[in-house]
Design a protein around this ligand. Structure first.
Ligand SMILES: [Zn+2]
Length: 84
């Protein structure tokens, strides 16, 4: 459902936000990325991400309810900031 969405993974060292596809995160229990800001290796654990994804899902749901009440349709879900 969120496979084509991206999340911003904040680098624990420099704070640079690296965009990752949700699809990539779901493929394994750990995703290794290299920070585009400082080139440090960052490991993103899927279990942490799943928790965050659940929160995003709740936010989107809330937004859709609000949008429906406001008379708008299909709002674009905003990107979630994933803090390690
Ligand atoms: Zn960095």
């Amino acid at each position: 459902m969120f496979e084509d969405e991206t999340v911003d993974i904040a680098c624990p060292k420099c704070g640079f936000k690296n965009s990752l596809l949700v699809r990539e995160l779901e493929q394994s229990s750990e995703t290794h990325i290299v920070c585009q800001g400082c080139q440090v290796g960052v490991i993103v654990e899927a279990s942490e991400f799943q928790h965050r994804l659940h929160e995003i899902s709740n936010e989107v749901e809330a937004m859709q309810i609000q949008a429906r009440e406001a008379g708008h349709k299909s709002p674009k879900p905003r990107k979630g900031d994933f803090q390690i």
